[in-house]
Design a protein around this ligand. Structure first.
Ligand SMILES: Cc1cc2nc3c(=O)[nH]c(=O)nc-3n(C[C@H](O)[C@H](O)[C@H](O)COP(=O)(O)O)c2cc1C
Length: 161
């Protein structure tokens, strides 16, 4: 039985909701990446976009899990200004050497730029993800999003060794 870790950052809870359902579905370990910067209010929203666009890192809380203990690591970010969130950029930079060969990158977006964020994630870790899954706000607003997510995950699994 493969050991699976799901790590995710979520500012408003959408990515977290999806990531937690994957954790249950895969019987995986899950851990949230916590950005120590307050990103809640409008001003911080603008700052978040600027951090992402300028490819800045942030400070994240110490993680409990070690990705090298797992066979598969799923990393999930919301798209921020055509890029990944600052917290996920920080996580990838810190842990790139400990990541296993089997990686799944997930992106949550309002509508666009997930591919650019995923490419950037791959550049940081220096390898292509085994597979990628993207979800938009429109898809998440449908009642059937959980089934769709599971379907995509099962399809993605054929690429995993
Ligand atoms: C600062 C910022 C920039 C964003 N930029 C984009 C973008 O370029 N493209 C897009 O489709 N969505 C963008 N979004 C929307 C988020 O990716 C989307 O709402 C996502 O589902 C939020 O996930 P969360 O609830 O886990 O934080 C942006 C959100 C924020 C906060």
């Amino acid at each position: 039985m493969k050991k699976i870790l799901v790590v995710y950052y979520s500012r408003t809870g959408i990515t977290k909701k999806l990531a937690r359902s994957i954790v249950d579905f895969l019987s995986a370990d899950g851990e949230e990446i916590v950005d120590t910067k307050n990103r809640a209010w409008l001003l911080w929203y603008i700052r978040a976009g600027r951090d992402a666009a300028l490819k800045r890192q942030t400070t994240i809380q110490r993680m409990i899990s070690n990705p090298s203990d797992y066979d598969i690591v799923c990393i999930w970010t919301p798209v921020w200004d055509f890029a990944m969130s600052a917290a996920v950029r920080t996580y990838l930079t810190m842990y790139e050497k400990q990541l296993p060969a089997s990686l799944i990158f997930f992106c949550t977006q309002a509508s666009s730029w997930a591919e650019t964020a995923i490419q950037e994630m791959a550049n940081i870790v220096g390898k292509k993800p085994t597979t990628t899954i993207v979800f938009s706000s429109k898809e998440i607003s449908r009642d059937s999003y959980q089934e769709e997510l599971k379907k995509q995950l099962i399809q993605a699994w054929i690429f995993i060794d």
